[in-house]
Design a protein around this ligand. Sequence first.
Ligand code: ADP
Length: 204
Amino acid sequence: FNFHKTLITNFSSSSTRLSHNSHNFFLSSSSALKIQKGDITQWSIDGTSAIVNAANEGMLGGGGVDGAIHRAAGRELLAACRSVPEVRPGVRCPTGEAKITPAFKLPVSHVIHTVGPIYNIHDHPEVLLRSSYRNCLRLAKENNIQYVAFPAISCGVFGYPFEEAAAIALSTVKEFSTDFKEVHFVLFSDNIYEVWLEKASELL
Ligand code: ADP
């Protein structure tokens, strides 16, 4: 890997609990992208911050990162999700869209819930995945969030190929290169982490 862009010193006064493992890239002179391995429910940083949940359309919890976020945030998160109005029966957040709630017991300000595409079911999953990332970043910006952490949306049970997902995730974050102090990817598995690093050194 080419880590010539990884030297960010005194970049900000903030620190994260997972930062020892993170690789840093510049998005702009005032904005960094960080890639680290770990559990997104443990992620915290000084400042207005949000973690992104790879939810499903009902927004009432599920497996994978969704289950982990609901367990860590507590029952109040489920109640907040339930109070998001249904756009049609059983659907609170259509695929490609995003909704925001408080984070309750999690050590961040907000949770942004998005629903990525199911790779083998949806037409044009690349359009929907980009839309998920874009809507999360738009919502974060509207809520004056300075620090955002993403998991690898759709890369679990929704079956998105990691390399294609990484290219979409990183290029979409790049569109918002001056809007946040830091955007993080907190990746649970070694292989997804490696794919994200490789793609970031190619694209950033
Ligand atoms: P999707 O339905 O969008 O595919 P999943 O939750 O199945 O969502 O998987 C999305 C990604 O989140 C997968 O790469 C999975 O390994 C990862 N993941 C699972 N638990 C956590 C966690 N606690 N923190 C960060 N990432 C996680």
